[in-house]
Design a protein around this ligand. Structure first.
Ligand code: AKB
Length: 317
C-alpha cells in the first residue's frame, strides 16, 4: 500500500485540477492535500483536504507539511509567459520565491520527492528551432522563461548539493478541456475549442503559421506521474526533461476542428504574444526522456481534437 502524502501547491490551476484528481485516484483522497491561493469551491472541499495557501508563504507551507506529514510536494503555482510580461518583477518574485521555499523545506524536512514544472519557454531566439535538444544554447527573453531557466539550475543545485530528489518536465503548451489556462502564449489552443462549441468566430492572437510544441492533458498527466514514479537511479537529468507530443500552427488546429464544425470561422490578429511564440522551439527532442523513463505520447492533433470535441459538451455545456 502507498504511504506517500502529497501536497499540491496551485491545485486549482489548469494542470493542478487534473493532476490532483489523478493523484487522488492513485494515492487516495485523504493522502493528497490540495492547496491554492484562491478560496476553495464547495466541490473542492468535498473531494479531499484543501488548504488556502500563498506559495510565497514559506512558514505556512512548512506548517502544512508538518500537520499532514507530507512526503512529496508538487509546486504548480506560477505566473505564465504572457501574464509575466505585464508585471515582470512580480512574476520573477513569485516563480523564484515559491520554488526556493519548496526546495528549502524539502531539504530541511527531508522530503522524499519534489515536482516542479519547467517549460519550452527556457529556450530562446538562439536555441535550435527544430527538434530542440535537451542541452543547447538557452537565451529565454521572457521573464517567465528566465525564471524557469533559473529554476532548473536551482533544482539541479539542490539535487547535487543536498540530495533533494526534485524532478521536472519542460512542458510544451498544455491543452485540456476540464479547466482553463491563464496567462500563457499557448492558451489560444484551448480557447479555440470553446469558440467552436459556442458557434462563435475565433480571433487568434498568434499568426496562422505560429508553429509550437503542444501536448494533450492526459499525456501531460501521464508524463508527470511516470517521471515521479521512476526509480531515482534511472534519471540522468536533474534540471528538467524535454518532453514532446505534437506540434501545430493555429491554422492547422483550426482546420482539424473545422472538420467537425464546418461553419467555424477564424481570423488572425497577432499581438505581443507572437514575439514570445517566435522565440520558442517548433519541436522538441525528447529522446532522453524516452530512454530514461520510457516516455511516449499517445495523442496527436487529430486524436486530441476528436477527443476534446466529444467530451467537452458533457463537461461544460
Ligand atoms: C505558456 O504559454 O506560457 C505556457 C508554457 C508553454 O509554458 N503554456
Amino acid at each position: 500500500m502507498e504511504t506517500d502524502t502529497i501536497l499540491i501547491i496551485g491545485a486549482g490551476g489548469q494542470l493542478g485540477t487534473e493532476l490532483t484528481a489523478e493523484l487522488r485516484a492513485i494515492y487516495g483522497n485523504a493522502n493528497v492535500i490540495a492547496s491554492d491561493i484562491q478560496a476553495p469551491r464547495p466541490e473542492q472541499l468535498e473531494e479531499g483536504p484543501f488548504e488556502q495557501l500563498n506559495a510565497m508563504d514559506a512558514l505556512k507551507i512548512a506548517s502544512i507539511v508538518d500537520q499532514y506529514k507530507v512526503t512529496q510536494i508538487y509546486l504548480l503555482a506560477a505566473i505564465l509567459s504572457a501574464k509575466g510580461e505585464q508585471n515582470p518583477k512580480f512574476a520573477w518574485d513569485l516563480n523564484m520565491q515559491s520554488l526556493l521555499n519548496v526546495l528549502e523545506i524539502a531539504k530541511e524536512k527531508n522530503l522524499d520527492k519534489v515536482y516542479w514544472p519547467s517549460s519550452i519557454a527556457v529556450f530562446g531566439p538562439n536555441s535550435p528551432v527544430n527538434n530542440t535538444p535537451q542541452h543547447c544554447v538557452m537565451d529565454p527573453n521572457t521573464v517567465y522563461g528566465i525564471s524557469k531557466q533559473a529554476g532548473e539550475r536551482w533544482c539541479e543545485y539542490y539535487f547535487q548539493k543536498y540530495g533533494v530528489d526534485v524532478r521536472s518536465l519542460r512542458y510544451p503548451g498544455l491543452i485540456g478541456y476540464k479547466s482553463l489556462p491563464g496567462g500563457g502564449t499557448t492558451d489560444y489552443a484551448v480557447d479555440i475549442f470553446h469558440k467552436a462549441l459556442n458557434s462563435e468566430h475565433f480571433e487568434c492572437f498568434l499568426a496562422e503559421d505560429a508553429y509550437l510544441p503542444m501536448m494533450y492533458m492526459p499525456d501531460a498527466i501521464k508524463a508527470t506521474i511516470d517521471l515521479m514514479q521512476a526509480p531515482s537511479e534511472n534519471l540522468s537529468v536533474r534540471s528538467s526533461y524535454n518532453v514532446s507530443a505534437m506540434s501545430f500552427s493555429p491554422k492547422e488546429i483550426y482546420e482539424a476542428i473545422k472538420k467537425h464544425h464546418p461553419d467555424f470561422t477564424i481570423s488572425f490578429k497577432p499581438d505581443y504574444r507572437q514575439k514570445i511564440a517566435d522565440s520558442w522551439p517548433n519541436s522538441m527532442d525528447d529522446s532522453i526522456a524516452s530512454k530514461d523513463w520510457g516516455w511516449k505520447p499517445q495523442y496527436l492533433l487529430e486524436d486530441m481534437v476528436a477527443d476534446i470535441l466529444e467530451n467537452i459538451p458533457a463537461y461544460h455545456y
